[in-house]
Design a protein. Structure first.
Length: 199
């Protein structure tokens, strides 16, 4: 159940917003960056709801450990979201072992910690490759699988760190803005395919 705020600033109230529960039993879900943090938590939550989950991560051993802890037949695979061939191989394995992809969660991301002026070019490029180009590649590859079936869901996870007043926030803001805009950019293809894309 979700809660929505209603009323003016002087008098606020919360009221429950009820929605029909989504059936996740048996749904095939692929999650990037699923070995740790948010990705792992999402994978565990979906597995508890009966989804067939696959986690991809650059750290293969961490992905296997997470999958073993989550259980429920969770599939673990090495994945480099900056490498299109690696992403393609990941999704091919997901469909070969779990079934047709129904939900794609583009979660993988990294963050440079430190003053903006001290961030080197290599770090900037790597963050763009992972945080922006990764979701773009994942969305395209997922849509190509979902389009023939006329259904599917794509979720792009972006950090809110760019909204904070912090020395590290300037480079984060444009990357997250672009990532958040991806669902709008792909909306036409998603609608034509009968799938949904969200950030």
């Amino acid at each position: 159940m979700e809660w929505r705020c209603c009323g003016n600033s002087a008098r606020l109230a919360l009221r429950p917003v009820t929605r029909a529960p989504r059936r996740l039993q048996g749904k095939v879900v692929a999650i990037t960056g699923g070995a740790r943090g948010i990705g792992r938590a999402v994978a565990a939550a979906l597995a508890r709801e009966g989804a067939r989950v696959a986690i991809g991560d650059i750290d293969a051993s961490a992905a296997r450990a997470a999958a073993q802890q989550i259980g429920s037949g969770t599939l673990a695979s090495q994945l480099d979201v900056t490498d299109r061939a690696s992403f393609e191989a990941f999704l091919e394995r997901v469909e070969a072992e779990l079934g047709p992809l129904e939900v794609m969660v583009n979660n993988a991301g990294i963050l440079h910690l430190g003053p903006f002026v001290e961030e080197d070019e290599a770090s900037q490029v790597r963050q763009l490759d992972i945080n922006l180009h990764g979701p773009i590649t994942g969305t395209k590859l997922a849509l190509r699988r979902m389009s023939p079936r006329g259904r599917g869901h794509i979720v792009n996870v972006a950090s809110s760190a760019g909204r904070l007043r912090h020395p590290a926030s300037p480079p984060i803001r444009p990357r997250n803005t672009a990532s958040s805009a991806l669902p709008r950019r792909s909306a036409g293809s998603s609608a034509a395919a009968g799938s949904t894309s969200r950030s």
